[in-house]
Structure formats: C-alpha cells, structure tokens
Design a protein around this ligand. Structure first.
Ligand code: UTP
Length: 290
C-alpha cells in the first residue's frame, strides 16, 4: 500500500528555544528566509505525500496563515513588478492539501500523533517531526516510504548517535538486512547508560501502520511524564518488527539553539541569492575567532 498521508506534530512547547518560541512556534523559526515547517511540508510533497495534517495548538495559528493566500501582499508584489516573489508566495498556498487539528493539552509526541486518528483512517502514514528539518537530494520521507512499500512494516528514520548524546534520544535493537537498512526489534526512549542497546536512534521521521492508534490510546505516560510515540512503536517493533532506514540527508534540530545556528550557516552558504557573499563574510569572520 502506498503512503499518501503525513502528520506533522507541531504543538510542542519548545522550551529549549525560549524566549524565541514564546509567541512564535519553533516550527516557524526561519532558516535564512523560509520557516522550518515549510521545508518539512516541501519534503513531504517531494516524497509523494498528497494530504498533510499539522498538529497545532493555541497560539500557533500563524502556521495556518503561512500556508494560506495573502491577497494584500500578493497584490502589492504583483503591482510592483515583483513577479517571481509573487509566484513564490502564491505557490506556498498550493503546496499540498493541508489540514490542521489542535492538540488541546501538550501531553507529548505520542498524544499529538493520536490526534491524527480520524485524518489517517485505515492507511499507513508518515510522521515528520515539526522541528526536524532534513535536507538532502533524496527526501528522507521518500526513503522511508520506499522501505515501507518494500517490507510492508513500520519504518523509522535512524542515525548513529554518539554514546554521550543517545540518552537524549532513544536506543534501538538493530540487525542489518541491507546496506543502511536494519530490522528493529526493540527500542527504549531516553535510555539510561545501562539501558543503551545500540547507538542508533530514531531521528525525525517514521512511517507507521494505522494500528498504532489503538496502541497509543492505551499507553501510560512514559519518559518525562509524556505519552511517548517511541513507547507505542516499541510494541510494534516487539510484536512484528520494524525497519530502520539510515537516511542519506542532513538533519537540523530546530528545537535546539545549536541546531538553529548550524542550519542557518549551512543553508546560508548554499543560498542562491546570498550564499557567495555569506561565504566571504564567514571566511573573514572565522579569522577573528581565537
Ligand atoms: P519535542 O520533543 O522537541 O518537544 O517535540 P517540545 O515540547 O516541543 O520541546 P522542548 O523539549 O520543550 O524544547 C518533537 C516534535 O513534536 C511536537 C513538537 O512541536 C515537535 O515538533 N510535539 C511535542 C507536539 O506536537 N505535542 C507535544 O505534546 C509534544
């Protein structure tokens, strides 16, 4: 079965990037000139996704405005001859069929995904974490959907994480089956040092079977007192196995200050309009560092 739907949870509190995220959702923080969530929607569309549900909450309606038409702005750009910018602005509102649902209480990623139950229905669906921008030649979600379609099992996007950092993520029990593809039989969210199974962790993307919803409904709160998506995926991994795909793209964590700076610099130096100038600036600036 082809994966045609995607869910983007974007209702978190973003406490690691306060005060920037106090009134602006972290998913709307820009990388150079585009908000994080637009990169993510573009990745979903480039991966063949047709319908997208963004999970929002109070105070996040600017995400809806971003993907809507903006008649005054468009008219001004058109009348002042800024044709390319005009077309770009109109295109944002035609990127995909985007719907929104509010997560009424911030109870964790698993709880946010559970809000997508009626949107998803009885199909497999992709989850793109709203603060993880992943940039690469082949979209990461496409790589995961290909694996889902090949193995007909839930798929997680994974990366190797150094031991000292893995406690912030999760740890997976993996067995290689193809280059960069693993069978996943277990996982632990936010492992303590003695719980680390491997240095592979789920980062930013997964493709899930619809029966994840019945698992999420009965799940007790896990690490940090939140309903953890990993705890529901663990049950799937233990029951029927999942597939781990080491995606070939660069991930930027927009939920963390360093990630935002890395994204700005790396996307900035490649930017078609200001990339060259920014590189010159950076080369000079680096000389001033001790
Ligand atoms: P995070 O784990 O980064 O959570 O969420 P957070 O609460 O936003 O961040 P901190 O720890 O307070 O800084 C991963 C993704 O899941 C969404 C977030 O918006 C983010 O895109 N999320 C998280 C929800 O939609 N709802 C939640 O209850 C929690």
């Amino acid at each position: 079965m082809k994966v045609k739907k995607a869910v983007i949870p974007a209702a978190g509190l973003g406490t690691r990037v306060l005060p920037a995220s106090k009134s602006v959702p972290k998913e709307m923080l820009p990388i150079v000139d585009k908000p994080a969530i637009q990169y993510i929607v573009e990745e979903a569309v480039a991966s063949g996704i047709e319908d997208i549900l963004i999970i929002t909450n109070r105070g996040k309606s600017i995400m809806e405005d971003h993907f809507d038409r903006s008649p005054e702005l468009e008219q001004r750009l058109y009348q002042s001859g800024k044709q390319q910018l005009y077309e770009e602005m109109v295109a944002i509102s035609h990127l995909a069929n985007i719907q929104y649902v509010r997560q009424k209480e911030t109870k964790g990623l698993g709880h946010a995904v559970a809000c997508a139950k009626s949107f998803v229905g009885d199909e497999p669906f992709a989850v793109l974490y709203g603060d993880d921008v992943i940039i690469g030649e082949i979209p990461a979600t496409r790589q995961l959907c290909d694996a889902y379609e090949k193995y007909q099992k839930g798929v997680v996007g994974i990366q190797y994480v150094p031991t000292e950092q893995i406690g912030k993520y999760c740890t997976l029990a993996v067995e290689p089956i193809e280059p960069k593809i693993f069978a996943v039989s277990d996982m632990i969210e936010k492992p303590k040092p003695e719980q680390i199974i491997s240095n592979y962790a789920i980062l930013g993307r997964c493709v899930l079977p619809p029966d994840i919803f019945s698992l999420l409904e009965n799940l007790p709160a896990g690490a940090g007192g939140e309903i953890q998506l990993t705890d529901a995926m663990r049950l799937v991994a233990q029951r029927e196995g999942m597939i781990g795909v080491v995606y070939d793209s660069k991930r930027y964590d927009m939920g963390n200050k360093l990630g935002i700076l890395q994204a700005t610099i790396e996307v900035g130096v490649r930017h078609p309009e200001i990339g060259k100038e920014f590189q010159e600036y950076l080369k000079e600036f680096v000389k001033t560092l001790g």
